[in-house]
Design a protein around this ligand. Structure first.
Ligand code: SF4
Length: 292
């Protein structure tokens, strides 16, 4: 009978951008409650890709909207870490809506860099998921000729005489970014590459790539709609069995404890409470916890 060692990523959980957005929104909600105002606080989309966190914010009074058109006069609109396009910024202003901008400073910097390259005459190429809100906002800043590439074959869509500046969605893997850069280079395009991968996310990816190799199985905590969590899971699954839990209740303790060594990390929008709860249940069942 073995005692399972669970190696926990000591930096797992909220990144700086997500922590800032959640804390800021919580403050806004509690001020609203104290002031007993009946103005609505709404968010443009779910604030983070994590059900447990968004359920807590909804219980505190936050109402997520699908589109800015749904906001009513008097609402305060919370903008999430992914940012918005210039068109959406204009819409907010033209409708006179109050807003609190929690766009991650890293994402804001990407918007500035996109604008600079566009003004210098480059056609903007964004590597990432075209459906992701961060990428849609980047594309808005890229102007009419901006394009999103998600797989290397997409490089064929660009004319050979294009002068391009290439940016990455902040949460993709360096490998998938590089594959598309290679495909663009292969076509002989004149290009400037701006590395916009988020260092926090890269660190988590490097951690799971290393420890999922050392461990017999991996445990990844985070929303199923969270792009960075899904990538952590894919990296872990490449090295062995990998569980993806969106909530602590999904944990099957016996299944996990059949492995002698388990690596555990979490996506950037996973709360400390979720991580603590999962670790607590494993520890209570006899696992030995180590933080690396
Ligand atoms: S993952 Fe990085 S870029 Fe995205 S919100 Fe967090 S710190 Fe900002």
């Amino acid at each position: 009978m073995h005692v399972t060692r669970v190696i926990v990523d000591r930096n797992a959980g909220f990144c700086g951008g997500v922590r800032r957005a959640i804390r800021g929104t919580e403050k806004l909600l509690s001020k609203q409650l104290e002031a007993r105002e009946d103005r609505r606080i709404v968010s443009y989309g779910q604030l983070v890709h994590n059900r447990e966190v968004t359920d807590g914010l909804s219980a505190g009074g936050l109402k997520p909207l699908e589109s800015l058109e749904e906001a009513a006069p008097g609402d305060t609109v919370v903008l999430r870490t992914h940012g918005i396009s210039p068109q959406e910024q204009r819409l907010l202003r033209s409708r006179g809506l109050a807003f609190r901008d929690f766009t991650c400073p890293r994402v804001k910097k990407v918007h500035e860099q996109i604008r600079e390259k566009r003004e210098a005459g480059y056609r903007i190429v964004i590597v990432g998921d075209p459906g992701h809100p961060e990428v849609r906002a980047h594309l808005g800043h890229a102007g009419e000729t901006g394009v999103v590439l998600s797989v290397p074959q997409d490089a064929e869509r660009l004319p050979v005489d294009a002068k391009i500046a290439v940016f990455a969605q902040t949460t993709i893997t360096p490998q998938s970014f590089q594959e598309i850069l290679d495909a663009l280079e292969h076509r002989g395009l004149e290009m400037a590459v701006v590395n916009t991968l988020c260092p926090f996310v890269m660190k988590r990816q490097r951690w799971i790539a290393k420890y999922s190799r050392i461990a017999d199985a991996s445990l990844i905590l985070g929303g199923r709609n969270s792009s960075n969590t899904r990538k952590l899971h894919a990296l872990a699954a490449a090295n062995g069995p990998a569980f993806h839990l969106s909530r602590p209740e999904e944990l099957e303790v016996d299944e996990v404890l059949q492995y002698p060594v388990v690596a555990l990390t979490a996506g950037a929008s996973t709360s400390d409470r979720t991580i603590r709860e999962v670790i607590g249940r494993l520890e209570a069942a006899g696992a030995r916890i180590e933080r690396r």
